[in-house]
Design a binder for this molecule. Structure first.
Ligand SMILES: Nc1ncnc2c1ncn2[C@@H]1O[C@H](COP(=O)(O)OP(=O)(O)OP(=O)(O)O)[C@@H](O)[C@H]1O
Ligand SMILES: [Mg+2]
Length: 227
């Protein structure tokens, strides 16, 4: 039986130009990820991991190459999608955990988590309390981000990414500032999401977390080395 391919990237490239200087941030990356699959992207700083994640998440346009999400051609297809169509795909398909969290400092933990749902309530949307419990932050619901530890902020960012029940969770360093016990917990949570059929694509420097993925993409100078 054919696997249910959710992400399909073909020869994706992103080139930044600064004057005469050219940075090939992502350089001809091809890969597929199926429903319920967990993919880890590893590589040194500046190798293009965040850029690749942004391309997969339709937050950035590739310089060349193709991308399909949920069987739909996003880039490199016959017809370019409108900004409105891209917005729909972003909010229906993806949950994003950014490297810098981007929590709103004047909103509480609970309000931050509920924020995406204020703009759009997906059919598979989750209850805020449910995701706070899942991430072990329910007791911090009334706190402001400035009153949280780095690890707690990270878990709030993951909870917020899950509130609209995404098909694909994209996470840039989901355990970046966590101790090994918390990393182990996040690993279990991500695995659980994958078991529910969510495709998880994460960037990590944590080798233990990377090895727990179904697939490892090792990226160096924008190119994939191991698949
Ligand atoms: N907006 C931009 N304009 C120009 N160059 C950029 C831009 N964004 C990223 N780059 C360059 O592209 C390359 C890849 O950057 P990227 O942020 O994807 O790396 P990374 O692998 O995520 O690194 P880190 O592990 O430090 O987060 C780097 O050389 C970076 O300087
Ligand atoms: Mg990065």
């Amino acid at each position: 039986m054919a696997k249910d391919i959710v992400i399909s990237a073909g020869d994706l490239s992103k080139i930044y130009r600064r004057g005469a200087e050219e940075v090939r941030a992502v350089d001809g990356v091809s890969f597929e990820a199926a429903a319920g699959e967990m993919v880890a992207i590893i590589g040194p700083s500046g190798s293009g991991k965040t850029t690749l994640l942004n391309l997969i998440g339709c937050l950035d346009n590739p310089s060349s190459g193709s991308l399909s999400v949920g069987g739909r051609a996003i880039f490199g297809g016959q017809k370019a999608l409108s900004e409105r169509e891209l917005t729909l795909i972003r909010r229906e398909m993806f949950g994003y955990v950014f490297q810098k969290f981007y929590l709103i400092p004047t909103l509480t933990v609970e309000e931050n988590i509920m924020l995406p749902g204020a703009f759009y309530r997906a059919p598979g949307a989750k209850d805020a309390h449910e995701v706070m419990k899942l991430l072990g932050i329910a007791q911090r619901r009334g706190h402001l981000p400035g009153e949280l530890s780095g690890g707690e902020m990270q878990r709030v960012a993951i909870a917020r990414a899950l509130i609209n029940g995404p098909k694909v969770l994209l996470a840039d360093e989901p355990t970046g500032s966590l101790d090994s016990k918390r990393t182990e917990e996040i690993k279990g949570i991500l695995r659980g999401l994958a078991r529910q059929g969510i495709t998880v694509v994460m960037v990590t420097h944590n080798l233990d977390l990377a090895r727990s993925a179904d697939r490892l993409l090792e990226i160096r100078d924008g190119k994939v080395h191991g698949a």
